[in-house]
Design a protein around this ligand. Structure first.
Ligand code: NDP
Ligand code: OXD
Length: 314
């Protein structure tokens, strides 16, 4: 019985070492070497090559090495076994750090002071909005969205959230579905996207959505932070809104094409902050510990946790 590590873009040997230490009796194999396909009971995947998980007759479960599972469903030959994803405090904390950092950056006008420093310009601005007067709207009120909401509230922001199904979260204004979208956007100065990429959410951050954001807020116009997935955003529409001044700035961790192509205008746009899809990285020690515990659960006849619903796609 073995665990197959099937990943692209990450250092597989780092992961193998972590898993081997946690599961000393289980052979850990990788796609880059010959292995017995009948022995593979478990797969841990991050963007495995299309079709590479087909023909594993004894496969019992696939574990996403990240919180998102769109990379799995992109494989048209994905075996029909239970899929579990990452829900882990290490990853969640990292994402909330990213969201709080970039909301504070906009609140405290840091991009402007960065530019002023380059120009050696001392413009002491006395119009500093309070966090309580800035409305943050989080799209996606799941594991990551709810934690980010709580931490933004600790900083004093006026936070609301939007999800697919209606939710009651103590102390949080909540909106749901297409019917809740207009009111949600109209009270949003900083839009934070923490949605999964599904057929329903693809292209959500488009010209229509951006046009619905509040223009009357204390920051002088709306800002966007997308750390969900690049497929959620229409980059041409974001650039058009920035150039029209209806969007004041965008912080993007994820892109339609990754790595972001060198000729993308997003790299050099003065109102755009680019980070290389690492808002919340999967730290091997934490995530291998989580998945090893899941494997031990299955071996003990207990149910898997954090199982994904393939019909919803997240
Ligand atoms: P969850 O599944 O816990 O939460 C997803 C949220 O999105 C839920 O609130 C869900 O609504 C909502 N949602 C899904 N579809 C729709 C829809 N059609 N309309 C409105 N709301 C919708 O996911 P996580 O919070 O754990 O992760 C979210 C995403 O963050 C991941 O899928 C991944 O893409 C991204 N991510 C990015 C990382 C990075 O480094 N950039 C790192 C980790 C994750 P409901 O509550 O009603 O189900
Ligand atoms: C994830 C990611 O989904 O890192 O965890 O994008």
């Amino acid at each position: 019985m073995s665990l197959l590590l099937a990943m692209t873009g990450w250092h597989v040997e780092d992961w193998r070492a972590r898993f081997q230490a946690l599961l000393p009796d289980m052979p850990i194999v990788t796609l880059g070497e010959p292995f017995d396909r009948r022995a593979v009971h478990y797969v841990a995947s991050w963007k495995h090559p299309e079709g590479s998980l087909a023909g594993l007759p004894n496969l019992a479960a696939v574990f996403s090495l990240g919180a998102g599972v769109d990379h799995l469903f992109a494989d048209t030959r994905l075996p029909e076994v239970p899929i579990a994803r990452v829900v882990d405090p290490d990853l969640t904390t990292r994402m909330s750090e990213y969201v709080v950092l970039h909301c504070l950056r906009y609140l405290r006008q840091q991009p402007r002071y960065d530019r002023q420093q380059i120009d050696k310009s001392w413009e002491d601005d006395r119009d500093q909005p309070a966090a309580r007067s800035v409305r943050v709207g989080i799209m996606g009120l799941g594991e990551l969205g709810q934690d980010a909401a709580r931490k933004l509230q600790v900083m004093g922001f006026d936070v609301a959230g939007w999800s697919r199904s209606a939710k009651t979260v103590e102390g949080l204004a909540t909106f749901a579905g297409t019917e809740g979208m207009t009111a949600f956007l109209a009270r949003t100065d900083i839009l934070v996207s923490l949605l999964p990429l599904t057929p329903e959410t693809r292209g959500t951050i488009n010209a229509t959505l951006l046009a619905g954001l509040a223009q009357d807020g204390r920051l002088g116009g709306p800002f966007l932070i997308n750390a969900g997935r690049g497929g959620l955003q229409v980059e041409a529409d974001i650039l058009a809104a920035l150039d029209a001044g209806t969007l004041k700035g965008a912080t993007l961790d994820v892109f339609e094409i990754e790595p972001l192509p060198a000729d993308s205008p997003l790299w050099t746009h003065p109102a755009v902050t680019v980070t290389p899809h690492n808002a919340a990285m999967s730290e091997p020690e934490a995530i291998a510990t989580l998945i090893s515990a899941q494997i031990r659960r299955l071996e003990a006849g207990e149910p898997l946790e954090h199982v994904v619903d393939p019909t919803r796609g997240y």
